[in-house]
Design a protein around this ligand. Sequence first.
Ligand code: URA
Length: 238
Amino acid sequence: MERLQKVIANSGYCSRRKAEELISSGKVKVNGIIIDCLGTCVDKNDTITILGKPLEVEKKEYILLNKPRGVITTTSDEKNRQTVLDLIETDKRLYPVGRLDYDTTGALLLTNDGELANLLMHPKNKIEKLYIVKVEGFVSKDILTKLSNGVYIDNFKTAKAKVRLKKFDKKSNTSLIEIIIHEGKNHQVKKMFEAVGYRVLKLKREKIAFLDVQNLKSGEYRYLSLKEVKKLYAEVKS
Ligand code: URA
């Protein structure tokens, strides 16, 4: 037995939050009866309908996108800005796994597999994300140690991170830092650097778990192989 909102989200119909809204507003029926209570559990034999149509399970799709700057990571935007979904040709209802800021580039997964998306985003599964950060000024060893031990952002101490200086460019007075974190708070990397007195000039996510975007140009995407999907499941369940 699983919660109704989870079954709807996992089918690829919509996000879990949207599924909760549909349930609460009385748009979902189970075996012909309106269910507007979020705690309800269902099983495979139950017939679910949404707005009168039977819930169908979509074929699962998994995409790795190299997100360009100037694109937002939501499914729609009231200001009519370009979204990551505008870059992808698909007839499936895909959702971004987590978020990258408007000006952040790099690895972004999109899928209609709600189960895997939730597992990847859940902090307990500690999925590593590797970022390359460009900041103004030289970043000393002391600062790198502070970042790696955790810093306070919004009254929350970040977990241990792997941090190293990749390059310092004297001419432009900028440093390139590699940081690997497994949390995903809003604007986490920028806030971590702010906490130690640095302004992020550029931010790129190069890798999520074992998936990198080195072979993808900005704005390009590719489908994950079955082997990669299985490996992701193995990582979140290990
Ligand atoms: N951390 C940030 O500050 N921004 C992102 O887009 C991703 C991680």
